[in-house]
Design a protein around this ligand. Structure first.
Ligand SMILES: [Zn+2]
Length: 82
């Protein structure tokens, strides 16, 4: 799994981080764009990706399906706020 480092506009879709949380690194957060089952392009940081992999394994759910589920939950939360 290769993540992109130092991508200028890197932004995690889940946690909204843009910078590496590690204090020794002054750089943008490593991210990778994943394509969900419903063909959504979802940019995730390394940390959120690992969490989702663990989650999908625990629930024996397909990783790409988890992306859609999470995306739809996040979207409905945002709609309720606005
Ligand atoms: Zn993240």
């Amino acid at each position: 799994m290769s993540f992109t480092y130092n991508k200028k506009d890197a932004c995690c879709r889940w946690c909204n981080r843009t910078e590496n949380p590690h204090p020794d690194y002054n750089e943008t957060i490593p991210t990778k764009i994943f394509i969900s089952t419903k063909k959504r392009e979802i940019e995730l940081c390394l940390y959120c990706y690992e969490e989702e992999v663990k989650f999908s394994k625990r629930n024996t759910t397909n990783f790409n399906d988890v992306l859609d589920q999470r995306y739809e939950i996040l979207n409905s939360i945002q709609l309720q706020r606005s």
